[in-house]
Structures are given as structure tokens and as C-alpha cells.
Design a protein around this ligand. Structure first.
Ligand SMILES: [Zn+2]
Length: 143
């Protein structure tokens, strides 16, 4: 059996013949990584799994009240990083809500108003009828 490189640690391993398309070695941390990636993909693409997973997590949190508060207290770096990432997420949402920013120029905000919409074909040529559309920015506060 030809040797392969592990998708997690990058080390060479001999795939087991019982496992089709094995791409992770059997080291426990690589198996955890394999499961983590599988779960991430499943949460992203499987609505039923996402719902069941969320219910399980809610039940677990209810049965283990205070676990996360204690975890944050024991791991201040983790809590600080989470706060920082959440602040960035909030800023991004505030910016999105304040208007429509075209890709490539996130600083330009399209103000509310009436616009003429013209269909452009694959060659970039405008053709057909034009529509008058009203675009309303759903924000209340500037970024
Ligand atoms: Zn590995």
C-alpha cells in the first residue's frame, strides 16, 4: 500500500486498507482534527444536523450551568480574543447596515434613493429595458 501524507500533521502514514480515501493518520490529535473539519462542513451544509447540534449544545449548556463562565475565568486570553473578534464582527455588521458598499470599495456607501437598473450581458454590454428601482439603506446610525 502506497504511503500518503496526513492532511493534518503532514507526516507520512500507511493508509489502512479498510478505510477508503483515508487522508488523516491515526494520531489522536489528527483524528480530532478530522472530526473537527467534518463537523464544520456538516454545520455549514446540513440544516438538519445544524438544528440537532444546536439543540444538543443548548441542552448540554443547561445541564452544565456556569461551565463557560468558569472557562473564561480560567482562560483570560481566550476571553480577550473572543471579545476582540466580536467587536470586529459588530463593527462589520454596523457598517453593512449603514448602506450598501460595492465590492472593491468598501468605503463607498450607496445612499438611499431611486436608481436606474440596466441589465448587462456577459460581454458587459447594457441592453434591454431599464428599471427604476428604489434602494433604501436599512441603517439608522452612521458607521
Ligand atoms: Zn497526522
Amino acid at each position: 500500500m502506497a504511503k500518503k501524507l496526513c492532511a493534518a500533521c503532514g507526516r507520512e502514514f500507511a493508509p489502512r486498507p479498510q478505510i477508503r480515501n483515508q487522508s488523516f493518520c491515526s494520531a489522536p490529535e489528527c483524528q480530532r482534527e478530522r472530526h473537527r473539519r467534518w463537523q464544520k462542513d456538516k454545520r455549514l451544509h446540513d440544516a438538519k444536523y445544524r438544528k440537532i447540534d444546536a439543540e444538543y449544545n443548548r441542552a448540554w449548556t443547561a445541564a452544565n450551568l456556569g461551565y463557560w463562565a468558569q472557562y473564561r475565568e480560567d482562560h483570560p486570553d481566550y476571553a480577550d480574543r473572543n471579545r476582540q473578534v466580536q467587536r470586529q464582527r459588530n463593527a462589520k455588521i454596523r457598517k453593512l447596515k449603514s448602506g450598501i458598499a460595492p465590492p472593491g470599495n468598501p468605503e463607498f456607501i450607496l445612499p438611499s434613493g431611486r436608481y436606474q437598473l440596466i441589465r448587462i450581458n456577459a460581454e458587459g454590454v447594457a441592453n434591454g429595458n431599464a428599471w427604476i428601482v428604489e434602494i433604501t439603506a436599512i441603517a439608522c446610525s452612521p458607521p
